[in-house]
Design a protein around this ligand. Structure first.
Ligand SMILES: [Zn+2]
Length: 257
């Protein structure tokens, strides 16, 4: 039997499920190893050793061993760095954080490190804890994650004639082609919904905007609707399925707000 190597890293809890009577299988998004799956032996019994650390979006310090990269890690210890209590006290924010975590999970292949995605999660969870939850926060997270995961939609020009986005013109988004077309190139059908240059520009701005400025952005109803349709449609297309936590988040928002 080969010896297990011991590692130390920092990671967000993406999800966990019970395994047998007392164990948990936990998936993290870690700084040094990307998505990491491990078993926490006795986690359901040993409250002292793993006190509530395995809740979704908790940021933790993890010590684990494993025989090789493609094998399940043994979680030796796991301690909370940030539990994001301010987020957890607010149902709306908790659902947004759960959506961020879910998206990160969907867009991250196991074992592929991406410190920019780790940083993005950390920045946006901190932002959620301190600022008001808004449509802009959700949409800008989606834009940034898509970019970092290599799926950035083309929104700065028409994908057919390459003309840059011009104020006042209407555009059409094609998820299957990953970008926008101007009205001339799109030849829209009657049921096609146009999007304004303002929506496209706001999303482009939100992709790189200073994090401190996001709190100042309030999307108008039409802008919020258009940008949601673009990004959620595109994400569902890339993943080939809808994201469940988004549905839950939106249903609760409809009921509560
Ligand atoms: Zn065009």
């Amino acid at each position: 039997m080969s010896a297990r190597e011991s590692h130390k890293t920092t990671g967000f809890v993406l999800r966990s499920f019970s395994y047998g009577e007392s164990d948990l299988i936990v998936t993290f998004y870690s700084n040094d190893f990307g998505k990491l799956k491990g078993i926490a032996k006795g986690a359901k019994r040993s409250k002292k050793r793993f006190a509530n650390v395995f809740e979704p979006f908790s940021l933790t310090n993890i010590i684990f061993t494993r025989k090789s990269r493609d094998m399940l890690a043994f979680i030796e210890s796991c301690e909370i760095i940030d539990h994001y209590d301010a987020v957890r006290r607010d149902l709306g924010k908790t659902l947004i954080a759960s959506y961020f975590i879910d998206l990160t999970d969907h867009f991250s292949p196991e074992g592929k490190k991406n410190d920019k995605i780790f940083e993005l999660l950390q920045t946006f969870l901190t932002l959620l804890g301190t600022e008001k939850a808004s449509d802009a926060v959700v949409r800008f997270f989606e834009m940034r994650l898509l970019k970092l995961a290599g799926f950035e939609p083309a929104l700065d020009h028409c994908i057919m004639c390459k003309t840059p986005v011009t104020n006042g013109l209407a555009y059409y988004f094609y998820a299957t082609e990953g970008g926008i077309k101007c009205a001339d190139c799109a030849k829209p059908q009657r049921y096609d919904q146009s999007i304004s240059a303002g929506t496209v520009r706001t999303l482009l701005l939100g992709k790189d905007m200073d994090i401190d400025k996001i709190k100042l952005i309030a999307l108008s109803d039409s802008l919020a609707k258009e940008s949601r349709n673009i990004l959620v449609g595109f994400i569902s297309h890339v993943l080939s399925h809808e994201v469940k936590s988004l549905k839950v988040m939106e249903q609760v928002q409809k009921l509560c707000l």
